[in-house]
Design a protein around this ligand. Structure first.
Ligand code: ATP
Length: 360
């Protein structure tokens, strides 16, 4: 198998401080192979170890154990400035006393490049980030979005082997965040730059990434494309963390035959294709995204009563109570499908065969 461009091998980070009697294991046994040009996002709740992982790659934090390799070289003992990685921070970290041009040129000057080459590179990157002709402007006069574009240009112009992003958009308003993430993705693809991005915003992770690494308590829960993570979560944590208002339907494996598995979901028994990891008596959970449920007045798998209707224009969100279980159902294009009202009796339909089924 070809060697990975960036590889983390069993990386662990423990923190101890004089105020703490216990040590904090921020990252535990983290192993991942990343290809050149890939956009990887570390996603997870606050405190799960995303930033610490990023900082270990960038050289701002030592590893307690494990190794990090970049382009065939072990880098975890190298100083940050010798690693050929570059970090884009949430706070932009621009030099306030320098204009845009000077901020962007700084890293190239440190490298001792000829003036003419610096000028060409800076002008090219300013064009790419949409700040052409603004080089003389002081950074103090820029909007948040413009400052972040300068920070991006400053990082990209030195052509690092890996670009590291530490929640770079969290200081921007919601609209600008969406604009900037499209911008970052386009730029990254254009330049083919290997990127590791930290966020706790799942929508940001889904829209930017080739692969998402979902973390929980310092460990990797799952690695996969946005679609795999959403459609095939491998744990209840991932199923719950990704997506909104996910429904969980619990059951117990009642019978297993060569053809199918019978699962008791309370009021009835349902059948799914045989899965060889299951045994009789196992507790299982179906993961049902709100848009995977269809409502019908005539017939269906489960029967329920509409409890709440939220009309959102392009979609309607219903809460439907079915044998003590409250389901959230999202129906797009309500004008076409008609709208149910509170108190209506409905049937819920979903394709059991294609739902993620997680052993609890
Ligand atoms: P957030 O989304 O809130 O930034 P995160 O997923 O990036 O969180 P980290 O900042 O990597 O999480 O922190 C992981 C764990 O390590 C947390 O429990 C945190 O308190 C702890 N931690 C991080 N830095 C230090 C430090 N310098 N000293 C002690 N503990 C630390």
């Amino acid at each position: 198998m070809a060697q990975a461009y960036l590889e983390l091998k069993n990386v662990t980070k423990e923190f101890t401080s004089e105020f703490q009697t216990d040590k904090v294991v921020a990252v535990q046994d983290f192993s991942l192979k990343i290809d050149q040009g890939e956009f990887i996002t570390l996603l997870g709740p606050s405190g799960c170890g995303k930033t610490t992982t990023l900082r270990m790659i960038g050289g701002f934090e030592d590893v307690t154990s494990g190794e990090i390799y970049l382009d065939g070289v072990k880098i975890n003992d190298l100083l940050a400035n010798k690693r050929e990685t570059c970090m884009v921070f949430q706070s932009y970290a621009l030099f306030p006393h320098m204009n845009i041009y000077k901020n962007v040129a700084y890293g190239l000057e440190l490298k001792g490049l000829p003036k003419k080459e610096i000028q060409e590179k800076v002008e090219k990157i300013l064009r790419l980030v949409g700040l052409e002709g603004l080089g003389k402007r002081p950074t103090s006069q820029l909007s948040g979005g413009q400052q972040q574009r300068v920070a991006l240009a400053r990082a990209m112009v030195i052509e690092p082997k890996v670009l590291l992003f530490d929640e770079p958009l969290s200081n921007l308003d919601a609209k600008l965040r969406v604009k900037m993430r499209v911008f970052i993705r386009k730029l990254q693809q254009e330049l083919g730059m290997t990127s590791i991005y930290v966020t706790h915003d799942q929508e940001e992770a889904m829209s930017l990434s080739d692969r998402i690494v979902v973390m929980n308590h310092g460990r990797i829960e799952q690695v996969g494309s946005p679609m795999e993570i959403y459609a095939r979560p491998q744990s209840l944590f991932v199923a719950d963390f990704i997506g909104k208002q996910t429904n969980f339907l619990e059951g117990i494996v009642q019978e297993i035959s060569d053809q199918d598995v019978a699962i008791d979901i309370g009021k009835k028994v349902v059948f799914v294709k045989s899965i060889n990891t299951l045994s009789k008596g196992d507790q299982v959970t179906f993961v049902i995204r709100p848009e995977m449920i269809e409502l019908s007045q005539e017939q269906g798998l489960l029967e329920g009563i509409v409890q709440m209707v939220t009309y959102l224009g392009s979609e309607v969100v219903y809460e439907v109570l079915s044998s003590n279980h409250l389901f959230t159902v999202q129906v797009s294009n309500p004008l076409k499908h008609g709208i149910y009202h509170t108190g209506d009796q409905v049937f819920l339909n979903f394709d059991l065969e294609n739902l993620p089924l997680i052993k609890s």
